[in-house]
Each structure stands twice: as structure tokens, then as C-alpha cells.
Design a protein around this ligand. Sequence first.
Ligand SMILES: NC(=O)c1ccc[n+]([C@@H]2O[C@H](COP(=O)([O-])OP(=O)(O)OC[C@H]3O[C@@H](n4cnc5c(N)ncnc54)[C@H](OP(=O)(O)O)[C@@H]3O)[C@@H](O)[C@H]2O)c1
Length: 233
Amino acid sequence: MTGQQSILITGAGQRIGLHCAKRLAEDGYHVIITCRHLRQEWLTEPLKGIEAILADFSTMSGIEQFIDTLRSRAPKLRAIIHNASLWLDDDAGADAFQTLFMLHMQAPMLINNACLELLDPDRQTDIIHLTDYAAQQGSTHHMAYSASKAGLENLTLSFAKRLAPSVKVNSIAPALIMFNPEDDQAYRERTLNKSALGIEPGPDVVYQSIRYLMDNCYITGTSLTLNGGRHLK
Ligand SMILES: NC(=O)c1ccc[n+]([C@@H]2O[C@H](COP(=O)([O-])OP(=O)(O)OC[C@H]3O[C@@H](n4cnc5c(N)ncnc54)[C@H](OP(=O)(O)O)[C@@H]3O)[C@@H](O)[C@H]2O)c1
């Protein structure tokens, strides 16, 4: 990995995170992903250009252990992308808010601070927070999720102020990107009808947004709305 630029993406063992990791690896980056367990299929079909580190961010010790592991590998980071998330609803139990706080706010805060020294000093670098459209809107059934994503939006502003001009810090705030396999037809139709464009775009629109933020030298402290015109309806 000597000399090669790395990109860290948290929670990228599946879906949006894994898709973006593969696309960034195809672009020539060494990609480091975190996940809580390795996937069986990676044994038969190893991920090309992607290194996985096991990490659970629900406790302080889990976050600190990950930071120690990452530092010991001393990658030269081009970008840090905080994607790890849980879409817990408000019936998920008394601990849910604490878990979401750890995942969406505490882990990004500690990882950003601890990994600044790993960001490539020879060029402008990026930190990108994956938040949610609900952070701006609130939610009737995902209040803790939305509040913790709103906290991450605010961390975007503070880190952007603190780290300019060497590091740009932005968030991407998606509405529907991909359904979960268990989502039924009625839910799918209801959700599709909420946006002006009315489609399930799939994870490449997140990759495109990451590339846009990384490739543009004049954007920091911004939340990039990725919602198919949901605010128009
Ligand atoms: N999907 C959408 O339509 C949509 C809409 C709005 C916003 N977003 C945002 O976009 C991002 C990606 O969405 P997604 O649907 O691809 O998410 P996802 O499938 O739920 O994946 C999130 C990842 O977070 C990891 N994670 C969960 N709890 C963790 C913990 N305690 N410690 C460390 N990692 C943990 C999981 O890792 P393991 O699998 O290894 O357990 C999981 O792979 C998220 O930030 C989400 O909030 C997505």
C-alpha cells in the first residue's frame, strides 16, 4: 500500500457502502472498509483492492480498538467516509438512542479527530458524512435515528470550519436510495410516490455524489441533498 492513497468507508460490508467501495477501488484507490463480520462470499470471491477491518462502533472500546488498528496500518488517507448506520425505529428499545448516538455521532467524532494525522498532507482531502433527508425534516417513527443524523449534520459544519482549507467536510443527505429486501409492495409504492422523480435510484448515485464532493475543490460545510425531489411534493 506504500504511496497509494487510501479511502476509509465505515460500515461498508453491504449495499451502498460496499458498492461505493468497489467503485472507488475501480478508480484506483486502496479502500479500507469496516464491517462487524466478514461475508462468506468474500472467501470464494475476494474483494479486489478492498481491505476489511472488523469494527463495532456501539461502544467506546470498539471505536478505540478500530482507531488503534487503523493507525497501526498507517494508510495515507485521501478521504474518510462515514457510512455505518442502523435504521432503528422508535420501538427498538430504551438503548436505541444510545446506540444511534454512538454510531452516528460518537464514532465519526472520535475517528475524525484521531485520523487527521493519517490524511494525506500533500493534497486537499475529504471527510464525508452519510446522513439522511430525515435529519432536516424529523420523523414520526424514527425520531432517535433522525436526531442522531441531525447531530452528524452539525458535526459536518464544525469539522468543516475547523479543518479548512486542508480538509473539506461535507455530508450527503439521501432519501430513498435502496429498499430493504423485506419492504413490501405497499411500502415501496408509498415511498416511491413521495419524490418528484419517483424511482429507487440504487447505490451508484451515492458513489457519484462522493466523487462530486471529492473532485470539487470549492465545496465544504455543505449538505448535498440526494432525494429525487422529495422536498417538491
Ligand atoms: N438505503 C437507503 O435508501 C438510505 C436512505 C437514506 C440514508 N441512507 C444512509 O446511507 C448509508 C448506507 O445505507 P445502507 O442502506 O446501505 O445501510 P445498511 O445496509 O444498513 O448498512 C450499514 C452498515 O452499518 C454497519 N453497522 C451497523 N451497526 C454498526 C455498529 N454498531 N458498528 C459498526 N458498524 C455498524 C453495518 O455493518 P455490518 O453489516 O457489518 O453489521 C451495515 O453494513 C447509511 O448511513 C444510511 O443511513 C440510506
